[in-house]
Write a protein that binds this ligand. Sequence first.
Ligand code: S3P
Length: 439
Amino acid sequence: MISRPVGALSGRIVTPGDKSISHRALILGASAVGETTVSGLLEAEDVLATATALRALGADCTRSGGQWRIHGRGVGGLAEPDRVLDMGNSGTGARLLMGLVASHPFTTFFTGDASLRGRPMRRVIEPLAEMGAAFWSRSNGRLPLAVRGAVEPLAIDYTQSIASAQVKSAIMLAAMNTPGHTSVVEPARSRDHTERMLTHFGADVSFVDAPDGGRTITLVGQPELGGCAVEVPGDISSAAFPLVGALIIPGSRLALVNVGVNPLRTGLIETLQEMGGRIEAVDARELSGEPVADLVVEAGDLVGVDVPAERVPRMIDEFPILAVAAACARGRTRMSGLGELRVKESDRLAAMVEGLVACGVNAEAGPDWIVIDGVGGALPGGARIRARHDHRIAMAFLVAGAAAREAVAIDDGSAIATSFPGFCALMNEVGADMSEAGA
Ligand code: S3P
């Protein structure tokens, strides 16, 4: 795919549904008694893989008239799947479902694409094994793996060593069919969509905040979850791409409609505002227990900043596109505490540096940090980037091309469909020029 430099982005984009919340709406719908309706579900490959897996576990998930309907089996009511669950590219789908089945007394097999088969699963295997599940994985805790769920699951108090919403959520989903109180202590707060949605479905979830920024979350096991209506807000991690495009392409003004602004997801907005970015949240409201707003963005000069490590969990997926904003800013941007980026859909630190350097920007990374010397305006561009089958690397460099002096190409844009189907068409509607290379 190729993205050519353009004049300005302007107009209005309705942000596609939040990926994290979409997975959780399907999973809790499948665990509730009665019908759950979901509107605004993200119909992207990752979420559709979760829907397919839940069908194999016995829950009825169908799309009708723009809404999704799920007939749940009740907590603990899922059935052994008669096939391997292929979670595609989705770490969230794989880890959350491993948690869900860990407290069901049957065996489930998981696999995924080449990227997912290379990602670490010990972080979920360890706590779920403490709860009584047994695992057979490839070496180093990689997929494919089999889970034999506990017949009599045990409630645990688990202190996380990394701030991971996926690990926290896997434990809480296993805890649903576990008698007693299960607690997770998180060292730094990560996205709380599971906690919010459990509450929305009627579970008893409580919190104790620690003075150092951590939190203990406790779920009372075996709740009666009732089917309900869920409205999924737009995904701030998807809105991030047009948002940064509008900040760095002179003359742009864009409205991003219906964006989820959960404070545990808004680290990118804070960082861009510190860099001088003009972003305004208007019409703040709430959808199914999640805060939502429209974001109005205007282009302007950006300056480099230091991004504090403690902000990382609140913007974990936004570093590839922040790197593009930093490349256009005046001065140096330093980001630290980024070790987790090495084990996302690709090694994102390596991908960011390789892509920026190819685009003529000075950038350097260490084990868990990156430094970018912004050029203070349009970045040179004129490069072909290896997207490493990573949706966020692909979209970040397509946005870079729109803001560059010369076009930027990526080797493969197919991964974009995992989180943002129709990305290029939507960007082109507001003024971008993204197409199949050679078209
Ligand atoms: C997610 C949590 C994050 C994020 C991922 C989605 C979730 O991963 O990177 O895209 O939905 O819980 P970690 O919690 O493992 O950092």
